[in-house]
Design a binder for this molecule. Sequence first.
Ligand SMILES: CC(C)(COP(=O)(O)OP(=O)(O)OC[C@H]1O[C@@H](n2cnc3c(N)ncnc32)[C@H](O)[C@@H]1OP(=O)(O)O)[C@@H](O)C(=O)NCCC(=O)NCCS
Length: 205
Amino acid sequence: MTVIDAAAANVGNDPAAVLAALPAVPCVPGNRLRLRPPRADDADAVFALFADPAVARYWSRPVMTARAEAEAQLARYEEGFATRESLTWAIAMAEDDALVGCCALFRIDSQHRRAEIGYALRADRWGQGLAREAVALMLGWSFDTLGLHRVEADIDPRNAASRGLLQRLGFRSEGLLRERYWVNDEINDTEWFGLLAREWRATAV
Ligand SMILES: CC(C)(COP(=O)(O)OP(=O)(O)OC[C@H]1O[C@@H](n2cnc3c(N)ncnc32)[C@H](O)[C@@H]1OP(=O)(O)O)[C@@H](O)C(=O)NCCC(=O)NCCS
């Protein structure tokens, strides 16, 4: 284990205090898109996103089959923010504010200054660098404003796009966890990734 003195590490903001003071999921502006709180009128777009088998292929839940599942998902996003256990953002295009994806910070552990991330983008928007822009905005906010020290991601090892995105953002693969997720009668391994605040700051994304 690496031991870093908290004072020497200049740890910055207190995540629990930042979370408690948030009146809403914060808007984070980017160039082509912005992160904003999900809204009830995003239900159709959330359903379209997670009803797509290509998007759901390596997701930890089965594909959505009814719009009501998207409404329930939006309610869970709201509940996650109310309890400050998770923050979920809509990835919205700058020109029309339409939701084209979602990204989230969850299992937020303020004491240990870490959290996990997840993200999904509409398949017709893949390969344009939009996920990189969205996840970079979320990471910047998480390290610089929330005060996290470490961000983690766990992916299906067959998910080449997700691995490529994480590596592009500076994450390191930290190992394989065997047979960790049952989805659609299939048991899948997980590849664990981690990114430290100092690595993020040292990398120009
Ligand atoms: C993973 C996902 C968000 C990537 O979205 P995207 O917008 O296509 O990704 P970007 O265009 O921003 O690509 C960023 C980097 O990822 C890598 N990448 C993207 N697609 C890739 C692919 N198919 N294979 C390998 N690397 C890939 C590249 O390194 C790219 O960097 P570059 O633009 O400098 O070449 C998208 O594929 C998705 O929504 N998948 C379904 C949901 C999902 O599986 N989420 C992850 C669950 S853990």
